[in-house]
Ligand binder design. Structure first.
Ligand SMILES: NC(=O)c1ccc[n+]([C@@H]2O[C@H](COP(=O)([O-])OP(=O)(O)OC[C@H]3O[C@@H](n4cnc5c(N)ncnc54)[C@H](O)[C@@H]3O)[C@@H](O)[C@H]2O)c1
Length: 340
């Protein structure tokens, strides 16, 4: 298979690219990424010279680049590209709407023109909003709370409309919170681990009793792979691993792994519109034949260890020296588009 993957220099996209190239010796990948602040060439250092991997620097909202790549008829497009940090979307929603909605529209339109045979759009559990008890099914209404989650909900609905109106073979995945290696240190788990390793505080929002359902990133990659090969077109699939924890529980777990006590916690003012609980009913995906394989505690221990062992990866990101750092290592890192 030839895959066009967008946003593949980010956290989940880079883990997914490695997962696919390792699992399928004959698959080829083109990675289209705008190289935003959270993109990182280091995430794919081990495969950047693979003859089956190519990188194009560009915006999913750039019609010219997108049409050029899509006209090469990849067997599937998998869209990870997004602005993904809720707090940033509250401060400045513009980029979220531009990439997460309008950018997705450019991709869908190019896919329709070129009659692409599979379009996987990566959504999020945040599109459903908060739920006090029980779990959301794929058929539940979307009730997002932040500019980030509403931009993602808009994109999912737009993608599904392309299936209904134009028969574009769209599939949507909506996963719960991911954790694991190569996560930009601004999200809860990667931020708290790296803060604590630097002897800083872990800033917990409000009372810390917000519930998230955590999935190890490689389980999410395996689920997306499964859906790519076995999912039914026009469907939405929830992806989670039944690890609901409060933010405070997660914080205490990390403190414990790092031999720190609760004096390292700092309770900070809650995020506006902060969803209390996310929960997904994943029976549809289980019935299709996929289930997670990683044990939560082992995956957490492995993740903490990874950040401990890889301070050279996250320290330049936290000190703001990353751009300078990768330019020195890789130049621009991008091959000219004409090469593809
Ligand atoms: N991280 C999670 O816990 C989680 C959970 C559910 C769903 N998701 C979704 O999964 C996807 C990937 O999330 P992530 O955590 O890896 O995000 P990330 O922020 O780490 O990576 C996003 C990548 O997209 C790229 N990008 C942004 N705008 C682009 C544009 N206009 N054109 C091309 N590339 C662009 C960035 O440069 C970056 O490499 C997102 O769609 C996100 O909404 C994430």
């Amino acid at each position: 298979m030839n895959l066009l993957i967008t946003g593949g220099l980010g956290f989940i996209g880079s883990n997914f690219i490695r997962y696919i190239l390792n699992k399928y010796p004959d698959y080829r990948i083109i990675n289209l990424d705008i190289v935003s602040y959270c993109a990182n060439f280091e995430n794919l250092r081990d495969i950047k010279n693979s003859p089956r991997y190519s990188f194009v620097k560009g915006d999913i909202g750039d019609k010219k680049i997108v049409e050029q790549l899509v006209s090469r008829q990849p067997d599937a497009i998998i869209n990870f590209a997004a602005f993904s940090h809720v707090d940033r979307s509250i401060i400045d929603p513009d980029e979220f709407l531009r990439t997460n909605i309008l950018g997705v529209h450019v991709l869908l339109e190019a896919a329709r023109q070129c009659k692409i045979s599979r379009f996987i759009h990566i959504g999020t559990d945040e599109e459903y909003g908060s739920i006090e008890s029980g779990s959301f099914k794929e058929s539940d209404i979307l009730n997002p709370s932040s500019p980030y989650s509403s931009s993602k909900a808009a994109a999912s609905l737009l993608a599904l409309s392309y299936f209904k109106t134009y028969d574009l073979p769209v599939i949507i995945t909506r996963s719960s919170n991911n954790f694991g290696q190569f996560q930009y240190p601004e999200k809860l788990i990667s931020l708290f681990i790296t803060n604590l390793l630097e002897n800083k505080k872990a800033p917990v929002y409000g009372d810390g009793l917000q519930v998230r359902d955590w999935i190890f990133v490689l389980d999410n990659c395996a689920a997306i792979d499964y859906i790519l090969h076995h999912g039914r077109i026009g469907e939405v699939y929830n992806i989670a691993a039944a690890n609901e924890k409060t933010n405070l529980e997660i914080t205490r777990l990390i403190l414990n792994y790092l031999n720190k006590d609760e004096s390292s916690i700092e309770f900070v003012k809650d995020r506006p519109g902060h969803d209390r609980r996310y929960s997904l009913d994943c029976s549809k995906l289980r019935n299709l034949g996929w289930q997670p394989k990683y044990d939560f505690s082992e995956a957490m221990a492995k993740t903490v260890q990874w950040y401990k062992n890889n301070s050279q990866w996250w320290q330049p990101l936290k000190s703001g020296k990353y751009l300078e750092y990768y330019r020195k290592q890789y130049g621009t890192g991008a091959a000219p588009l004409e090469q593809f």
